[in-house]
Design a protein around this ligand. Structure first.
Ligand code: FSO
Ligand code: SF4
Length: 535
């Protein structure tokens, strides 16, 4: 195996035996093969007459399934391989195709032979810069696919985004120049922005606009179910099915923003949020006592103490954990989880109190006059976008320290699970405006962009780069990659990206990003405060 798609990759170079995330080499190799034939399927679609919706759905699900920490189940990946090859076989015409598009076998001894030949591995591309750009685009597409799928289950999609994903996947099979790949990278970013906008519409039109909310982080005495991941539709279905069961529902990690949506607030058994970012789950899931539903990434290989209580659905999967299927109408029956919860002890209380969030674009626009007034009178001097991801490496304490040492005249704009590094610090407020404004999930970085664009108008400046906003973003996996590409496609400059720059960026590609966008890594809290805030 060789995988370097996430920030925790081995020695910031590449996982070669097993993944730091717990992915086995068998799963990693099958995922590489799945991505390779997904590009082949896309080529067949591009060269064919019609783009079947089955192709779009299949390629999107395949991309999503291979995101870091989403699916560790080789049986599930093999099923996706079989479905993909069967679809290719049914759509292939009498045309000139690449080898990936010609692949027709579902015999896993042949597939293993192909994998062992190393021809579908990331390293099969020998030119380091071409490999770097092609993987950057592939990872952006994975993030885009995840967002696109969440919108689709709520009945929203963008044909342009769908078509782009298929076109870009097919393009990645071709020989390309560096310039061609750079332009495809930026196109990926702008389509990523559209994918995030589509998901924002899906979420807000279905569940209302997020509003300022105080979220309970303590527990009650009833048994509970913990819901993690990003899929709001799964969350709604579970809430609805559990509403009269006597079982309480809690969000975990990236599901925390569900607490901000008006439609979910009417459920009396919806208690609040339990625990922290994804990487602390092995202790927190044990303490929770009840079953846990993982609707997407980020799964950490479970301890035996709760493994039989861990359920997966959608693109997520873990061997030995029960998977909840959807029926042909998209309905999922969660009764097994609810029945299991009834027999479990109530969650152990690991924290008490509350946190405040719900600052997506609509809520911030309502506060716009107040925000602008505070900027004009100098009480707010700077906004620091600290969106992105959390992770298990201790060097991420940097973000807690950075947040603590920021001057009182600054506001942190956040989204994604990075917030858990500072959202319980009680950083106070500026004339009633909290100093940490949480817009929501990583995809709600879209809201942060909307807020920046509104400030451009309000202050009459030419671009987002003229605003008192700086970017100190943390990344972990491929959804953060699409958020980053979206920001670049909008012309945002001087983003600091940490805790390390991606291992998949070659030295020359980093140079392009530095020269054209002023991207840089992080150094230490004191120096970065000077560069970002005090200048
Ligand atoms: Fe991932 Fe980052 Fe959204 Fe977290 S981009 S790691 S769990 O912020 O969440 O999916
Ligand atoms: Fe390694 Fe990250 Fe790939 Fe997992 S997803 S195998 S940790 S690079």
């Amino acid at each position: 195996m060789f995988c370097f798609q996430c920030q925790e990759t081995f020695k910031n170079s590449g996982c070669i035996n097993n993944g730091v995330c717990g992915k086995t080499s068998e799963v990693a190799n099958l995922q590489d093969f799945l991505i390779w034939i997904s590009k082949g399927l896309s080529e067949i679609a591009v060269k064919g007459k019609d783009k079947e919706s089955e192709v779009v759905d299949g390629v999107i699900l395949n991309l999503f399934t291979t995101i870091t920490n989403a699916n560790f189940d080789n049986t599930a990946i093999k099923e996706r391989i079989v479905k993909t090859v069967e679809l290719m076989n049914s759509l292939r015409e009498d045309k000139d195709y690449s080898e990936a598009a010609r692949w027709s076998s579902v015999d896993f001894s042949e597939i293993s032979e192909k994998i062992n030949s190393q021809e579908v591995s990331i390293l099969s591309e020998k030119n380091e810069d071409i490999r770097s750009l092609k993987e950057l685009i592939t990872y952006g597409l994975k993030g885009m696919a995840a967002y696109t799928r969440h919108a689709k289950v709520l009945g929203y999609e963008s044909e342009r985004v769908n078509n782009f994903i298929i076109k870009a996947m097919a393009e990645l099979l071709k020989e390309k120049t560096i310039d061609e790949l750079i332009s495809l990278t930026l196109e990926t970013g702008s389509m990523g922005y559209e994918a995030m906008a589509t998901l924002d519409s899906a979420n807000t039109k279905t569940y209302g606009n997020p509003e300022i909310s105080e979220v309970n982080i303590g527990t009650r005495k009833n048994p509970g179910i913990l819901v993690s991941g990003h899929d709001l539709k799964d969350f709604e279905m579970l809430l609805e099915q559990a509403k009269d069961s006597g079982v309480d529902i809690y969000t975990h990690s990236e599901m925390l923003p569900a607490n901000y949506y008006p439609k979910f607030k009417k459920y009396e058994n919806f208690v609040g949020n339990y625990g922290n970012a994804w990487w602390k789950q092995r202790d927190e899931f044990e303490a929770f006592n009840g079953p846990i539903l993982m609707t997407t990434n980020c799964i950490v290989p479970p301890k035996n103490s709760y493994k039989d209580k861990l359920f997966t659905t959608g693109a997520a999967g873990y061997p030995g954990c029960e998977y909840i299927e959807e029926d042909k109408d998209g309905y999922k029956d969660f009764s097994k989880i609810i029945e299991m919860a009834k027999k479990c002890d109530a969650p152990e209380e690991i924290e008490k109190g509350s946190i405040v969030g719900g600052f997506a674009h609509s809520q911030v626009m309502e506060l716009a006059d107040k925000v602008i007034e505070n900027v004009k009178n100098g009480d707010i001097k700077k906004f620091i976008v600290m969106a992105g991801c959390d992770g298990r490496m201790s060097d991420r304490n940097y973000y807690t320290e950075f947040a603590k040492k920021l001057p009182d005249s600054t506001i942190i704009l956040t989204a994604g699970c990075a917030k858990y590094r500072y959202n319980k610090l009680n950083l106070g407020d500026i004339n009633g405006i909290p100093r940490v404004l949480d817009a929501g999930q990583c995809n709600d970085s879209y809201s942060l962009i909307q807020i920046a664009l509104a400030l451009v108008d309000a202050f009459g400046v030419e671009s987002v780069n003229d605003l008192p906003i700086v970017y100190n973003i943390a990344w972990y996996e491929q959804k953060a990659v699409i958020v980053l590409l979206a920001l670049l496609s909008l012309g945002v400059k001087n983003i600091h990206l940490g805790p390390t720059l991606p291992a998949f960026l070659s030295a020359n590609v980093v140079k392009v990003l530095v020269d054209n966008f002023g991207i840089s890594g992080i150094t230490n809290v004191e120096d970065d405060l000077k560069t970002l805030v005090m200048k």
